[in-house]
Design a protein around this ligand. Structure first.
Ligand SMILES: Cc1cc2nc3c(=O)[nH]c(=O)nc-3n(C[C@H](O)[C@H](O)[C@H](O)COP(=O)(O)OP(=O)(O)OC[C@H]3O[C@@H](n4cnc5c(N)ncnc54)[C@H](O)[C@@H]3O)c2cc1C
Length: 400
């Protein structure tokens, strides 16, 4: 990244891409800025898609504000199909080549679908604005909805369907929702919340078949031997980093674009690929709290923090500070405010301080080798502040 920075190309016109563009300008970048996005829309926010947008036809437009003086050239409805780091060119699907001095990979992740061939009509995933409008049209009073996967997104889909007075079956392979992410006891609390909210939660259960009328889903068969009538099936099976277009680029693409702590993309030997940074869901970045292990997180706040580091690194990698922000995440479920900091998933010990389902309170801390690595609350957001401070200090201490 020693070449002077006159032309920056950002691939991915969403949260991480937009915020990196804004940070570049904030830090004095005056060169040309091109933002490529395969969706037809200017950047918009995804968290409302599984919340207000599903439950409220009058929900405000989730557009992300674009700074007035951004001065970017937008190429929307265009996909990047190839990166050639030696020539420093991004190739688009219309054959255009965009030369760059610095490129930002911000292509996020895509919803994991059912293995091909797609079984029948009436089965949906949710990642884009169009997906959300399609799903909302399916959520009507009395409709029978089966949600597959009780992670954060699946939980929100089930909650939105209940809020629209649909009958909801929620299918989860683990013994508790979110068991691997937040632990068995907190997962059991979430299970109780779903059941009290009228969701028919089936844990330790998998889908064995989709039954159809013609080409339209009519029921879902489960491994517990039951069969559930379904007008609509919503899949919430997690995401996969959008790295397909980077095949052949020479980058390390296992579970996302592997980066160093300054967000510079690495090759499989661990060497920096000059001029290439990544940000947001697509980036797998060393986590000080995890002893430097590189992890792709899929959190909104992380995408915004990456953007600042990525911009500073492009401008001057010798002065940009390593990414040490403490991860944080939120979810809203049947009116309960779930908030987490740190990396609960990596804990080897879970301490439950408050487990009050009728009062709608939960407070949990997570330890790894005896040290705090995360905390999670429901409707106790304020008590996270002290944990966040402690995690921040630990993160700084572990920083490279
Ligand atoms: C329904 C939903 C609800 C969520 N709720 C929460 C929440 O409550 N809390 C939370 O912390 N996080 C939540 N998230 C996660 C959060 O939205 C993401 O972390 C955030 O959007 C990441 O931003 P990004 O810019 O990295 O990726 P994305 O927002 O995925 O944007 C990537 C963009 O790049 C485009 N793209 C991909 N490939 C190409 C290509 N080859 N060429 C051009 N463009 C391309 C994509 O179409 C997309 O527009 C939610 C996500 C979803 C989908």
């Amino acid at each position: 990244m020693t070449a002077p920075l006159a032309r920056v190309v950002i691939v991915g016109a969403s949260l991480a891409g937009l915020r990196t563009a804004a940070a570049l300008r904030d830090h004095g970048f005056t060169g040309s800025l091109t933002i490529v996005g395969d969706e037809p829309h200017p950047p918009y926010d995804r968290p409302p898609l599984s919340k207000q947008v599903l439950t409220d036809e009058t929900a405000p437009d989730p557009a992300l504000p674009v700074p007035e003086l951004l001065g970017a050239q937008w190429k929307l409805g265009r996909s990047a199909v190839r990166l050639e780091p030696h020539e420093r060119v991004v190739l688009l699907d219309d054959g255009t080549g965009l030369p760059y001095d610095g490129v930002v990979l911000a292509t996020g992740s895509g919803a994991r679908g059912w293995p091909e061939p797609r079984p029948v009509q009436g089965i949906h995933t949710l990642r884009t604005r169009e997906d959300a409008l399609r799903v909302r049209a399916e959520l009507r009073p009395g409709r029978r909805v089966v949600v597959v996967g009780a992670g954060f997104l699946g939980g929100e889909l089930a909650a939105a369907a209940r809020a629209r007075s649909a009958h909801v079956t929620l299918v989860e392979a683990s013994r508790q929702p979110l068991e691997r992410a937040i632990g068995a006891a907190p997962g059991a609390w979430i299970a109780g919340l779903h059941r009290e909210s009228g969701v028919d939660l089936r844990t330790a259960t998998t889908v064995t078949a989709f039954r159809a009328d013609g080409d339209r889903v009519r029921a879902v068969a489960l491994s517990d031997g039951t069969e559930h009538a379904a007008d609509t099936v919503l899949l919430a099976l997690g995401g996969t980093p959008a790295t397909g277009w980077l095949a052949g680029s020479g980058l390390d693409l296992g579970h996302g674009v592997r980066c160093d702590s300054r967000l510079r993309a690495l090759d499989p030997a661990g060497a920096v690929v000059p001029g290439v940074v990544a940000a947001g869901d697509v980036a797998r970045v060393p986590q000080p709290l995890a002893g430097g292990e590189a992890i792709a997180l899929g959190h909104w706040t992380t995408a915004t923090e990456h953007a600042i580091t990525a911009a500073r690194t492009l401008l001057d990698p010798t002065t940009s500070a390593p990414h040490t922000a403490v991860p944080s995440f939120w979810s809203d479920l049947h009116g309960a405010r779930i908030r987490s900091v740190g990396l609960p998933t990596l804990a080897d010990e879970v301490l439950v301080h408050e487990h009050d389902l009728p009062g709608r309170h939960l407070k949990v801390t997570y330890l790894r080798r005896g040290r705090l690595i995360g905390a999670l609350t429901v409707n106790r957001t304020r008590s996270l502040t002290a944990y966040r401070r402690e995690l921040h200090a630990a993160s700084e201490a572990f920083a490279p």
